[in-house]
Design a protein around this ligand. Sequence first.
Ligand SMILES: C[S@@+](CC[C@H](N)C(=O)[O-])C[C@H]1O[C@@H](n2cnc3c(N)ncnc32)[C@H](O)[C@@H]1O
Length: 257
Amino acid sequence: MTIFDNTNTVKQQYASVGKLENRISLHEKYSMNKFGWFNWLYSNYDIKSGDRILELGCGNGKLWAEHYSDLPECVSLVLSDFSESMIKTAKELIGNESISYQIIDIQDIPYPDNCFDIVIANMMLYHVPDMGKGLREIKRVLKGDGKFHAATLGENGISGFIRKTLGLPKADDMKFTLQNGAECLKPCFSRIEMKLYEDSLEVTDTNDLITYIHTLPWTEEMQNIPDSVIFSMLEEHKNDGVITIPKEYGTFIAYNE
Ligand SMILES: C[S@@+](CC[C@H](N)C(=O)[O-])C[C@H]1O[C@@H](n2cnc3c(N)ncnc32)[C@H](O)[C@@H]1O
């Protein structure tokens, strides 16, 4: 078990929406790909009229706040998360009465076999202590021709850049990254596709980056480094007033065939 999949740490991290919303706002302010992450994710779903969709670990529901009105007719959508606070915020943000909001732990999905056309679990599988159990649950509730979408990050993105800049060792204990995700999916799914989302951050206000850093689960590792020192270390990467940071994001699409 690591800080990424320790249930207590993860529950604490997502007990309120503040940290997640802060991270999303850094992406919105400084991302170079203007198409937008949630627009790109939605464009991959290929949702058809009458589809039944389950999202696990939906967070604050931003994806659906932006795209609920694009859904075809008669789609049924279940948004779930194991954090009550996330579900409450998603409900406030999207607020559509025809969405079912539920508290669900991915390791124990309270639905019968073969009932969803699409299951989504974005940026969350690396938090699940028994990820194999979670994936078996997803396979069980997916219809025979259903699809599972799992977005995640890579090992050479923002966190890698920040850790290197602050002189911290490479974090090599994260499961379900773009590098190792296909291996995790293989025992449950025979056909797996990976799609990458090209992007980077161009940060002009270093303080925004420091605020972001303090939301990360491994922030305790650098509690002895004062913000003023972090500020100077980051500023060394500034060129013409901009810190360019690689982003490594993408999604797996696994076919239940
Ligand atoms: C990084 S956030 C991602 C939120 C959203 N999917 C997104 O992409 O913006 C991870 C979410 O997964 C949820 N989560 C973590 N472990 C979970 C579990 N075992 N079952 C269900 N949800 C979980 C957290 O509460 C949090 O809302």
